[in-house]
Design a protein around this ligand. Structure first.
Ligand code: PMP
Length: 368
């Protein structure tokens, strides 16, 4: 029998793939999707768009996805008030692919990527996947404090002198947004690095949390990534994007596969973007559901971390793994992110949040 482990690249041996369980349960609140289905009028627009492009599927799609980049630039400009130009925008099949393009171009063998854990688990996996050395930075000297200590971050950046720095705001799995001073301090401390601010959850931030997009002018090594998977309620389409200096985005063409965004993806994303207001209409409800989740968990004697996202990291479990299983036994799938005493819970519909809180109450009784 072939020993595939022996054949595998040495730096991948013993690694674990991304593995959020996909289970058929009544309340799936483990991957920070939107629980709200695509509204009917957008479904009709999507169907019409697919019908329009279907006869042309014998041809490759627009490799430069010009119309989609224009629409994404418009969306960012309107929703954030930052003037973003089409040439600043790049997109891929989910922001995961966009992040991969970044490390393919600016990381790789002999190069270093630095992030501040706990953060999005794919940052190290994507970096290592292209042979980049990953450095796990600390957010704070005390491991149970999740806000980034700016001075500590700057010191770690200076020590490792990385080629790519990952920041995540609001941060997954902790939920809190970064202060812009932290982003600029890290940027200034990393003169040879591409500094990526992963803003997958930006639309859920509480008031007074400006986007790092406001920092782009004059900072040509700064990249802000976004996705249609979360607030835009479009995870199944796989469309993520970024805004950065046009000369930087130009270089990403060196690593993308030709025609990486299918004609169907482009048409469907464009159709949804023309209904952006409808697609975003559930954001306020989701934020209310998140706040209800925080309050409910507090009432149950748990320790939720304040959140700017559509999920809450909840501390205070005696045995997080056991509680995860007991919640699943009650039809509620949450995320064990591997942090002792913590579970991460997505804010779904109000009804789902109530089901989560009911199941948590029973589970806490059971677990004592
Ligand atoms: N960044 C963060 C912080 C995330 O949590 C996720 C999804 N869980 C992504 C990026 C990737 O999302 P997508 O590929 O669907 O855009």
């Amino acid at each position: 029998m072939t020993d595939f482990q022996a054949m595998l690249r040495a730096d991948l041996r013993g690694g674990s793939p991304y593995g959020a369980p996909q289970l058929d349960v009544p309340v799936a609140v483990n991957t920070n999707e939107s629980s709200h289905p695509v509204p009917h009028d957008v479904v009709e627009a999507i169907a019409a768009a697919v019908t329009r492009v279907a006869p042309g599927l014998n041809r490759y799609p627009d490799r430069e996805f010009v119309e989609l980049r224009t629409a994404l630039a418009g969306y960012l400009s309107v929703t954030t008030g930052c003037e973003i130009d089409r040439e600043q925008v790049w997109a891929g099949n989910g922001s995961n692919e966009v992040l991969q393009h970044l490390v393919q171009a600016f990381g790789g063998p002999g190069r270093i990527a630095l992030g501040f854990t706990p953060s999005y688990s794919m940052h190290p996996i994507i970096s290592r996947g292209v042979g980049t050395t990953w450095v796990d930075g600390l957010r704070d000297a005390s491991p149970d404090r999740f806000d980034i200590d700016t001075d500590l971050a700057v010191a770690q950046v200076r020590e490792h002198d990385p080629h790519v720095v990952f920041l995540c705001s609001p941060n997954n799995p902790t939920g809190t947004a970064l202060r812009l001073e932290t982003v600029t301090a890290v940027y200034d401390a990393a003169p040879r690095a591409i500094v990526v601010v992963d803003e997958a959850y930006a639309e859920f931030a509480r008031p007074g949390t400006p986007s790092a997009l406001t920092l782009l002018p004059g900072r040509d090594r700064l990249v802000v990534t976004r996705t249609m998977s979360k607030a835009f309620a479009f995870a199944g389409v796989r469309l993520g994007y970024l805004a950065a200096d046009p000369q930087l985005t130009e270089l990403l063409r060196l690593v993308r596969l030709p025609y990486h965004l299918s004609s169907v993806t482009q048409a469907v994303a464009l159709a949804a973007l023309t209904h952006a207001r409808t697609m975003l209409s559930m954001v306020e409800q989701i934020k209310a559901s998140r706040d209800a989740l925080v309050q409910g968990c507090t009432r149950l004697g748990l320790d939720p971390v304040p959140s700017d996202a559509n999920f809450v990291l909840v501390g205070g479990f005696a045995d997080a793994r056991a509680s995860w299983q007991h919640l699943l036994d009650r039809g509620v799938l949450v995320r064990d992110v591997g942090l002792p005493h913590h579970l991460r819970i997505t804010a779904g519909t109000m009804q789902e949040t109530q089901s989560v809180l009911d199941a948590l109450a029973l589970t806490l009784d059971q677990d004592g």
